[in-house]
Design a protein around this ligand. Sequence first.
Ligand code: CP
Length: 314
Amino acid sequence: MKINHDIQLSDGTLKHFLNINNLPKSYIEDIICRAEKLHGSSEITAYKGRVVASLFFEPSTRTKTTFELAAKKISADFINIDIANSSTSKGESIIDMIKTIEAMNCNMFVVRHSVPGTAHYIAESVSSNIAVINAGDGSNEHPTQAMLDMFTIKKHKGSFENLKVSIVGDILHSRVAKSLIFSLNTLGTKAINIVGPKKLIPDSYAEWKVQYFEDMDQGIENSDVIIMLRLQKERMHDALISLDSYYEEYGLNQTRMLRAKKDVIVMHPGPINRGVEIESSVADGPNSVILNQVSYGISVRMAIMSILFDNNNL
Ligand code: CP
């Protein structure tokens, strides 16, 4: 197996968790398997004394909070760095801040930043005994979200091979969409549809094993899983679309749900914008597993952190 030194130790195990792209299938399966074991478990004490620092340069409710809960459930200490009030506002560089926190005997950094590659850059700069997790880097990847999404699909659908999964919305700016597509491909998903206005679909989609639909009704036809995405207005430099026509053409409502399979599950990484990409009755309805995704995020992040602690002998 080709070793990617970004993510793997010389023995082939995972050192950091930065990408889903090119991550071997067995690594994804190991994380899902460990998350299954940890799901609903009582407190794990094996990682007592380990220190995890979160560095969120972009807002977050779900990811940051579930990382904190997950760290506490495996008995690690969790430091929430308040970026807005940190010394970066006095001109300190990210790397000087990292080195400063390293000096406080921190073992792991969880990083979210608007610039693609920031977590990778930090991973290259930290001492050899420190692990870095990418909690979302701009429009590049959100690998822990993809893992909790895979866990959700496994829990509700059992396996991936025979599924049709439709991902709807702003694919262009979505790190979630990219990590999702990479992981679904690796796990052998039969059909992956991407659906949205042409302006919100990257040219690079031709390199992915997906089928593009501009028409939502066609794109979600007979789907087993529908994953709705938020319009990432913070990453749009121009007003690319009108919200009214977007809801009309791409909003998931009760009428459109009839196009999918009866037992379709509806997912959304959050935050949801009701009346923009999804109708409330669907978001809160019987097919929705949106809040399950949030809960599963705790077990999946426990799994990822504990695997990295084990691999790095921390
Ligand atoms: N899914 C997700 O990344 O949500 P937050 O921005 O709330 O962390």
